[in-house]
Write a protein that binds this ligand. Structure first.
Ligand code: NAD
Length: 356
């Protein structure tokens, strides 16, 4: 064990990683990490700062606020609500690090007013999410999730499992940013036709043109797609952007895949469309309420695939994310500018209090 690690008072902690507590000292900044962070990033932090790591701290807001009284940095995922109230009670806070890319749980305007930098892991988990989307498309088309349990139950029911090819099918991508583009790369390799809707992209770059991507308006995309995959941030204009009207435009055999944020889809309208089989199915990695309530009506549907917000949750993505954020947080604490600033990167104001 090296000297730095010896300096840490490391306690075992259930779940991912360990809870590393280092007694706060006067001469180094204090960093609070309130959600799961991969060890590679924690190692970077502890070389420089006094680090309090507790992956479930976000569940105990009052305790977290107590720790934040002395903290210069706070590192979160998507569960910790970083709003004006929190910032008010963290007078030394200089930087917030977001272990991921959705920023809907952070009040960026408030941070900017208080001169608190916000840094994020822009692009770090895009490959993982894109691979998850392709997996979801194939699973919806071929029912992978049903094949193995059926054979285990002694069935050999081939007619029940005739699926469909995705080759030649149309994939509509809503939001052509880091993830949307990587989804297009992979879907192109599988022979899918590609439509994209993104009001902030006026001209396609050569890579997307080479993939055969065609820009479209939203209604045309919805009307022509066999699969629709959503990759937009949750903002005032994307909140419930897919509602009853938009779902009504989808062909009856269409599948909807959401790995962005639950709040982008009106879940009441989606439930009705799935229940009445007005669309073929959906894959939902994200939900309006996470985790969903015990009486979640989607549980009773056999045409929905659900996962607990894990599209970007791979070793590779989380290692990249944790190092990127740790290094940027330290950069700010040392008086530098973040390499991946979140403030000013977005096209519009995020919804206040809209973490999903
Ligand atoms: P990004 O910023 O690179 O791309 C988002 C794209 O959406 C941009 O091109 C933007 O122009 C476009 N956009 C914004 N408003 C739009 C609108 N109203 N209609 C259509 N397009 C619009 O972000 P990204 O890295 O591709 O991530 C997208 C979202 O995916 C994130 O904001 C996050 O919420 C979510 N995400 C989820 C997971 C997961 O594990 N499920 C992991 C990573 C990201």
């Amino acid at each position: 064990m090296d000297q730095r690690r010896q300096m840490l008072n490391t306690l075992s902690f259930p779940g991912k990683g360990a809870m590393a507590i280092r007694t706060p000292r006067e001469d180094v900044p204090v960093i609070v990490v309130s959600e799961v962070m991969w060890p590679a990033g924690l190692d970077v932090l502890t070389t420089f700062a006094s680090t309090l790591y507790d992956p479930s701290l976000w569940r105990r807001p009052e305790e977290m606020l107590r720790h934040l009284r002395t903290a210069s940095a706070l590192i979160v995922r998507n569960q910790t609500r970083v709003d004006g109230q929190l910032m008010e009670r963290a007078p030394k806070l200089k930087v917030v690090g977001r272990l991921g890319v959705g920023l809907d749980n952070i009040d960026l305007d408030e941070a900017q007013q208080r001169d608190i930098a916000v840094t994020w892991a822009k692009g770090a988990n895009a490959i993982s999410v894109a691979e998850f989307v392709i997996g979801s498309i194939l699973t919806l088309a071929r029912q992978f999730h049903r094949l193995d349990p059926s054979v285990r139950q002694g069935e050999w029911n081939r007619p029940n499992f005739s699926g469909s090819e995705i080759y030649g099918k149309c994939l509509g991508v809503i939001g052509l940013g880091d993830i949307g583009r990587k989804v297009c790369d992979r879907a192109c390799a599988l022979g899918m036709r590609l439509l994209a809707f993104d009001p902030y992209i006026t001209q396609l770059d050569p890579t997307m043109l080479a993939r055969g991507v065609k820009m479209s308006d939203l209604d045309t995309l919805l009307g022509e797609s066999d699969f629709v995959s959503i990759h937009v941030p949750l903002t005032a204009s994307t909140h419930h952007a897919i509602g009853a009207r938009e779902l009504g435009l989808l062909p009856k055999g269409a599948y909807l895949i959401n790995t962005s944020r639950g709040g982008v889809i009106d879940e009441v309208a989606l439930y009705a469309a799935l229940k009445e089989r007005r669309i073929a199915g959906a894959a939902l990695d994200v939900r309006e309420q996470e985790p969903p309530p015990d009486d979640d009506p989607f549980r009773s549907l056999d045409n929905v695939l659900m996962s607990p917000h894990v599209a970007g949750f791979t070793e590779e993505a989380q290692t990249r994310t944790s190092i990127m954020v740790a290094e940027d947080v330290i950069r700010v604490l040392q008086g530098g500018r973040p390499h991946f600033p979140a403030i000013g990167e977005l096209h519009e104001t995020l919804l206040p209090n809209a973490a999903s």
